[in-house]
Design a protein around this ligand. Structure first.
Ligand SMILES: Cc1cc2nc3c(=O)[nH]c(=O)nc-3n(C[C@H](O)[C@H](O)[C@H](O)COP(=O)(O)O)c2cc1C
Length: 215
């Protein structure tokens, strides 16, 4: 999208997530709250209920934060169905150079959810998006630490949360909610920096890119 003065003042972000039982939805709201706090205009979009308007919002936003519950050690089938629906956009470069980041939630403390964050980041890379990492040191990793630390499960690639499988959606760990709130704030801040930079120095293709495959 064009980056005029108002875009720089308020980056537009979408939070595109899938949650089967509401836990990841709580985290999506936390990401949105952090981004809003940092001055972004935010839309939260459940990817299993996409409308045409939702696709338009994704296409026009400055950045997209992807979130998925971890199912079978990866993104959920519903998230992957959404990802596969973006194939044409990927070929056409519609999301190219947008900012991206990711979060996930699992039942196990690990639960193999690093693999989910890797999948989300690869998805973003296939769209030629700029991945923003979590930007926090590891929490709960010393005798002085506790489960109440920010980034208590010590992820770097994105935000990794854990919720007991029998918990309600309002019982997501407060430290994980704060960690996702931080991620939203960070993504909004980086997006604003990028928008300001683009106003001064527009995007350009490298000389070598002209001979590269188009997608
Ligand atoms: C089909 C299915 C597969 C799951 N696979 C994993 C898994 O690989 N690792 C894990 O730790 N938890 C796994 N879980 C538990 C969920 O990650 C956990 O319940 C999570 O909080 C669900 O998030 P949601 O409420 O946003 O759907 C699985 C749950 C389901 C329903």
């Amino acid at each position: 999208m064009a980056h005029n003065g108002s875009d720089i003042a308020a980056p537009t972000l979408a939070i595109a997530y899938h949650s089967g039982y509401g836990h990841t939805a709580t985290l999506a709201d936390a990401v949105a709250a952090g981004a809003t706090e940092a001055g972004a205009d935010v839309t939260v979009i459940p990817v299993d209920r996409m409308s045409e308007t939702d696709w338009d919002i994704l296409d026009s936003s400055d950045g997209i934060v992807f979130g998925s519950a971890t199912y079978m050690g990866n993104v959920s089938a519903a998230f992957q169905a959404f990802a596969e629906q973006t194939g044409r956009r990927c070929i056409d470069g519609i999301w190219r150079d947008k900012v991206a980041a990711g979060f996930t939630n699992s039942g196990g403390k690990s639960g193999d959810k690093l693999n989910t964050l890797v999948s989300l980041s690869v998805f973003a890379a296939q769209h030629h998006m700029h991945w923003v990492n979590l930007g926090l040191g590891p929490g709960w990793n010393s005798s002085a630490g506790s489960e109440h630390d920010l980034n208590r499960l010590a992820f770097f690639l994105g935000a990794g949360a854990q919720t007991d499988v029998d918990a309600n959606s309002d019982q997501v760990h407060p430290a994980d909610v704060r960690t996702c709130r931080h991620l939203g704030w960070r993504v909004a801040h980086v997006t604003r920096q990028l928008n300001v930079g683009r106003a001064a120095s527009p995007a350009a293709a490298s000389p070598g890119a002209s001979s590269a495959p188009a997608h």
